[in-house]
Design a protein around this ligand. Structure first.
Ligand SMILES: *[C@@H]1O[C@H](CO)[C@@H](O)[C@H](O)[C@H]1NC(C)=O
Length: 197
């Protein structure tokens, strides 16, 4: 009974929050993945070299980005949290073969035209161009291994489906929930499609 009450409160809170997300066009919905196009938008961004996805993303970069929206910016204002949090992974790019992780928070629509400048020099406002992606969704707390297993599965599914022009050298890990959410967590891995212009 008590568990049920706690769960009801929890779900109600989740629904009430209605976190803002970047717009996208759904190009195709396949059995195990979606193809989407995200229009050009600004994101608050920081990078970190590390062997471990978990180490880089869970504290270091998330903390810096969270401080930015919590008022560590030249306007001294609080900015609403958005979802998802995206992390571009460039495997083995560091001098000692560390992975290069680049984590970003989507800048809410209200601040897109004129986002406050981060006071921390490790952060910058990224003018992200239109992004064409293939996305695979999975659930639960994602470990370093979960990200790799799901990226490999998405790769295999895209190859089997004959999708062309996909960049398999880098990928995005994408999280939709704060670290406090324990039920129904949503994660995605994205590969980028190179659009031939
Ligand atoms: C990591 O990748 C980001 C995004 O491509 C880039 O801006 C940054 O310079 C890279 N960092 C290093 C140390 O290579």
């Amino acid at each position: 009974m008590r568990t049920f009450t706690a769960l009801s409160v929890f779900l109600a809170c989740q629904l009430a929050l209605a976190i803002e997300m970047p717009p996208y066009d759904l190009v195709n919905s396949a059995e195990t993945y979606e193809e989407r196009v995200y229009p050009a938008r600004k994101w608050a961004t920081t990078s970190h070299l590390s062997i471990s996805h978990h180490e880089a993303t869970s504290n270091i970069m998330f903390g810096k980005l969270f401080n930015y929206i919590d008022g560590h910016n030249d306007a001294g204002i609080k900015i609403d949290m958005t979802a998802p949090v995206t992390t571009l992974v460039i495997p083995g790019e560091g001098p000692n073969c560390e992975n290069n992780f680049t984590m970003s928070f989507y800048v809410p629509a209200a601040h897109q035209d004129n986002p406050p400048t981060p006071t921390n020099p490790d952060l910058y406002i990224e003018e992200r161009p239109e992004l064409h992606v293939f996305s695979r969704r999975f659930h639960g707390f994602a470990s370093d291994e979960d990200w790799i297993v799901n990226a490999a599965q998405l790769h295999d599914d895209l190859v089997a489906a004959g999708e062309e022009g996909v960049d398999y050298q880098t990928y995005y890990t994408v999280g939709y929930d704060s670290p406090f959410v324990i039920i129904g967590r949503n994660n995605e891995v994205w590969f980028m499609k190179n659009d031939m212009n």
